[in-house]
Design a protein around this ligand. Structure first.
Ligand SMILES: Nc1ncnc2c1ncn2[C@@H]1O[C@H](COP(=O)(O)OP(=O)(O)O)[C@@H](O)[C@H]1O
Ligand SMILES: [Mg+2]
Length: 237
């Protein structure tokens, strides 16, 4: 089966500074992996390349068979439909309800989805993250943990083959962080591959999933799932 993400000799410079340096990485369909490393290691840059927010300076970025590195701007929506995104600060629209936030994502991705269908699928997605009864709530009426779960519902409502998350537990306490990580594992169980950039060493170590370690733009370690071991960057940070 072809990989869902394939980075081939990827480098990315910001002016003279190399944020990613010759990175090779393949993520298989349905696989969940963590991306760790000290601040400034290049985690966000790597996720932005996958989502085609930026392009590589060198190398190839393939996402579900699409060449993100050479994608024309007019084709970017084809890529974005395949990638659900979760951010540290949730990024929900404050004037829309939870249900409307999720439904809107579906209709932006596919203009043929009717209001009624979008609404029904939004409620199903909210149900799946444990918030089926909070569809009418506005973001400010929800806790941080709940808002982030709405953001996950929004990211998966169109059933993308890939979900990327950049420091998704950065604003959450430990209990909410664990619940969110459980949710990501559930998403993976439905065949969506998940790539999570995180600083949360405790969670990463205990979950025993694949761990990719970036240090100064280089992928210095790729630890398979099920292996315990000291995370390499702990020694350097
Ligand atoms: N827009 C930008 N302009 C200039 N330098 C940037 C920009 N974005 C990131 N960088 C630099 O690239 C490197 C990697 O950053 P980033 O990908 O944000 O790392 P991480 O997410 O691991 O903290 C850092 O040295 C950072 O300062
Ligand atoms: Mg970052």
């Amino acid at each position: 089966m072809p990989s869902i993400v394939d980075l081939i000799a990827v480098s990315r410079a910001y002016g003279p500074r190399l944020a990613l340096d010759d990175v090779h990485l393949a993520l298989e369909p349905g696989e969940l992996a963590f991306l760790v490393g000290p601040s400034g290691a290049g985690k966000t840059t790597l996720l932005k390349l996958i989502n085609r927010e930026i392009r590589p300076t060198n190398g190839e970025v393939w996402v579900d068979g699409i060449a993100a590195h050479s994608l024309k701007p007019s084709r970017v929506p084809d890529l974005r439909r395949r990638v659900g995104v979760v951010f540290q600060d949730y990024k929900l629209l404050p004037r829309l309800t939870a249900r409307e936030n999720v439904a809107l994502a579906l209709q932006v991705g596919d203009l043929r989805v009717s209001d009624q269908e979008a609404s029904e699928r939004a409620i199903d997605a909210l149900d799946a993250v444990g918030l089926g009864d909070r569809g009418a709530s506005f973001p400010h009426q929800l806790s941080g943990g709940q808002q982030q779960r709405v953001a996950v519902a929004r990211a998966v409502v169109a059933q993308p083959p890939l979900l990327i998350a950049d420091e998704p537990t950065g604003n959450l306490d430990l209990e909410n962080s664990w619940e969110l990580m459980d949710l990501f594992a559930d998403v993976g169980a439905f065949g969506t591959a998940v790539l999570i950039a995180t600083h949360n060493v405790e969670i990463v170590t205990r979950l025993q999933r694949r761990v990719l370690t970036l240090v100064a733009g280089r992928l210095v370690r790729d630890q398979p799932a099920g292996k315990t071991g000291r995370l390499a960057w702990l020694a350097t940070s």
